[in-house]
Ligand binder design. Structure first.
Ligand SMILES: [Zn+2]
Length: 73
């Protein structure tokens, strides 16, 4: 199911957003990942699920830890 995903987009939750994988609610202002599959269905993933699926990496830049969403571009 996740293999079909073509576009990944890091988003900031506005209002109440629910993770489609673990069903956790993503709070207002939290980051999440928006995916589109071939049927143009959207899927929202919380940070925890992104990390689990390898869609997120933690990097260090100038001593600060930053979180980066992996993308195709
Ligand atoms: Zn989740």
């Amino acid at each position: 199911m996740l293999e079909d995903i073509k576009v990944r987009c890091g988003c900031i939750a506005v209002g109440e957003v629910q993770c489609d994988k673990c069903r956790k609610f993503i709070e207002n202002g939290e980051r999440y990942l928006l995916n589109y599959d071939e049927q143009e269905n959207t899927q929202r993933l919380c940070i925890d699920c992104c990390l689990e699926c390898g869609y997120l990496i933690h990097e260090e830049e100038k001593g600060k830890q930053i979180t980066t969403f992996l993308s195709y571009d």
